[in-house]
Ligand binder design. Structure first.
Ligand SMILES: O=C(O)C(=O)CO
Length: 308
């Protein structure tokens, strides 16, 4: 079930949409939204536009494409059946959309990485073999890694060394396939107390130590606004290892414009750096239903207007 206007009329509405968007008013229907591709590869996820596009995954992709989005991400991709993965990939190829991250391994519950050891490394390598198969099927170049919890009975530096060992073993599986693991530091104050990896400089040091093109950083600016702030200078310092960006405003983890982060300036900075990668929209919608979806799309139009 697709909102009729989502596909059919959108192509006619771009001029009116630009005018609406420039005033900052939320349009009352998708007819009033621009349709041209955004300047950056913002990547929505399944469910974000379901009130317009319906529950069908393919319709959701087509809806997003019709409004200028050229990328997508799906944290749960590994859990989808093969036929669904193939259908998503085929549709995205047809539409010329780039696949963003899926979660390859997130150790939210244990200290597997920080304790390390050969068994942990073997398990994680197997996990990456499976991730490589999924990545090939869906044309994904990046996958998310959350290297688990820290423990209280081992010196911090040993924990770091063990994490590096695990990631190096995992990178060995990814490198020949061109798959890039992106390490995601998560904030300990609002969402994820107890995790090992929280900061961008910490992730940077780990990438230096692993020393592989398959081990890079996912800089989720929502998490980093909470953990360390100073977003643009921190991106600058770690830029060599940042391969993927995610966004969400703080507080609340909703679309840009609902909190304290100046995403117009952040996106302008990414553009200035010549960033061609993905900006994952890993946040909720601040308002439910169709109105909320229009707000999300409009928010991205506003923050994407950095070229004037
Ligand atoms: O779990 C989270 O908060 C994440 O950002 C994972 O990608």
């Amino acid at each position: 079930m697709i909102d009729r206007r989502g596909f059919l009329a959108a192509g006619l509405a771009s001029t009116a949409g630009l005018a609406v968007s420039a005033t900052g008013e939320v349009p009352s229907s998708v007819d009033a939204l621009p349709t041209e591709p955004f300047n950056l590869l913002y990547a929505p996820h399944f469910g974000m536009f379901k009130h317009h596009a319906g529950d069908d995954l393919i319709d959701q992709l087509k809806f997003a494409h019709s409004l200028g989005f050229r990328a997508w991400e799906d944290n749960g991709m590994m859990k989808r059946d093969v036929a669904t993965q193939e259908k998503i990939a085929a549709t995205m190829s047809e539409l010329g959309m780039t696949m963003g991250v899926f979660v390859a391994h997130a150790g939210f519950k244990d200290g597997l990485y920080v304790n390390g050891g050969s068994e942990a490394r073997a398990f994680l390598q197997q996990q990456m073999r499976e991730a490589v198969e999924v990545a090939k099927r869906v044309n994904a170049k990046w996958c998310t890694i959350v290297p688990g919890k820290f423990v209280n009975n081992l010196e911090w530096d040993y924990q770091t060394a063990n994490v590096v060992d695990c990631l190096r073993a995992m990178a060995e599986v990814c490198e020949p396939e061109g798959l890039v693991m992106v390490l995601e530091p998560l904030n300990p104050w609002t969402n994820h107390p107890g995790l090992f990896l929280t900061k961008i400089p910490q992730a940077y040091a780990i990438c230096e130590a692993v020393n592989s093109p398959s081990c890079k950083i996912l800089d989720d600016l929502y998490h980093q606004q909470i953990t360390e702030g100073n977003l643009i200078p921190n991106m600058e310092k770690a830029w060599k290892h940042i391969a993927y960006i995610q966004v969400g405003d703080n507080p609340g983890r909703k679309e840009p414009g609902t909190g304290e982060i100046n995403y117009l300036n952040v996106f302008a900075d990414l553009h200035r750096r010549g960033f061609k990668g993905i900006v994952g929209m890993e946040h909720g919608n601040s308002v439910d239903g169709k109105e909320g979806e229009l707000r999300v799309i409009n928010a991205y139009r506003q923050c994407d207007a950095f070229l004037g």
